[in-house]
Design a protein around this ligand. Structure first.
Ligand SMILES: *Cc1c(COP(=O)(O)O)cnc(C)c1O
Length: 342
């Protein structure tokens, strides 16, 4: 059976590297949304907890409930307002005034501020009303945060948004003071934004996702640290055949053997979350064996007869081939595939 390995040593290395930027491991909120970027929610939550991470962020309540026992707090980033009473250790990101109006009294919340991304969050005109609703409904304001739209692009855009955030922070603090609401914790950085802090990290914590899993989008010349990919995807052989020169394989027969070749099928396809390679352009396994022909729903072809092939131990090449980002390559890997810690 196909399986995923999770490299614990690399994960630990990545957390240590991020800790150099935050100053303390407790200032990292581990972003474990979407099945921990496809790595496996419960496995990654346990490893994070063992390494001293106290807070996690997830996509929805369903994910939060699976891991809340391991953390001091779990922040739900993009769910709809819960209609039932939830654990006080689970906080809900408030993405609009409407959501705030719908949320159950006495829920823990983080206010999301729209400081320029215009995806989710409140605009400046809404701050005061939002804080008044929080007070009336006796919500617990645990955090106030924003999200940068282009922290991984080395231009002035990030500095523009960062200064919007600093102004928003001042505004919120003055409203809080006037209303007598206890000061919450502030957070803004994702991985890329954190890596841009050079001894200047001033938030209460950072929300780190992709760098924990081993990828960074900032030029190596700019960030003096290295991240190591955590996930590898392995497939097991189904069948092997020796093909004659001129024979074509798979759907559409798009791959034609240029000589007599040994080709095997392996038990991963696009139904398992591996991208559908259409047979054009060059694509290789981690050991440089050629992936050939179109990827089927449940299998693919590799010019190999090995029992196991490692389809990737670094998602960068696949992301390039499919014109996407490593986030998408790893997040798509089916949760049905077994995860093994190595
Ligand atoms: C996904 C996400 C993050 C993590 O971003 P990375 O680039 O993976 O570090 C942080 N904050 C929010 C709001 C997110 O949605």
């Amino acid at each position: 059976m196909a399986f995923v390995t999770i490299n614990k040593t690399n994960f630990e290395h990545n957390i240590k590297t991020l800790t150099q930027k935050t100053g303390d491991v407790s200032k990292i909120m581990g972003v474990l949304k979407n099945n921990a970027y496809g790595h496996g929610l419960e496995i990654m939550a346990k490893l994070s907890c063992e390494l001293g991470i106290k807070r996690a962020a997830v996509k929805n309540l369903k994910e939060a409930e699976k891991i809340v026992h391991l953390f001091d707090e779990v922040l739900v980033l993009v769910d709809h307002p819960p209609t039932y009473k939830i654990s006080s250790k689970i906080s809900i990101a408030v993405n609009s005034l409407k959501a705030l109006q719908q949320i159950m009294p006495e829920t823990s919340v983080h206010l999301n501020l729209d400081t320029g991304m215009h995806r989710n969050g409140l605009v400046e005109d809404e701050y005061l009303l939002a804080l008044e609703i929080i007070q009336q409904k006796k919500l617990f304001l645990k955090g106030v945060f924003t999200h940068f739209r282009s922290a991984d692009k080395l231009d002035s855009d990030y500095f523009w948004q960062e200064s919007n955030y600093q102004r928003a922070k001042v505004k919120i603090l003055s409203h809080l003071n006037a209303l007598g609401i206890q000061t919450p914790l502030f957070h803004s950085c994702n991985s890329a934004a954190l890596l841009r802090q050079n001894g200047s990290f001033s938030d209460d914590y950072a929300r780190c996702g992709i760098a924990m899993y081993g990828y960074s989008y900032l030029p190596k010349t700019y960030v003096d640290c290295e991240f190591k990919p955590v996930m590898s995807l392995w497939a097991k052989k189904l069948s092997t055949r020796v093909l004659k020169k001129g024979q074509k394989i798979g759907y559409g027969g798009v791959y034609k053997c240029m000589e007599d070749e040994i080709v095997s099928t392996y038990d991963i396809g696009y139904g398992d979350g591996f991208f559908r390679y259409d047979g054009f352009g060059e694509l290789y396994t981690a050991d440089k064996e050629s992936i050939v022909g179109r990827v089927s729903m449940d299998s693919l072809f590799v010019k190999s007869d090995k029992e196991l092939v490692c389809l990737f131990n670094d998602a960068t090449m696949l992301a390039k081939h499919f014109n996407t980002i490593t986030y998408e390559i790893v997040t798509k890997i089916s949760p049905e595939i077994e995860r093994k810690i190595i």
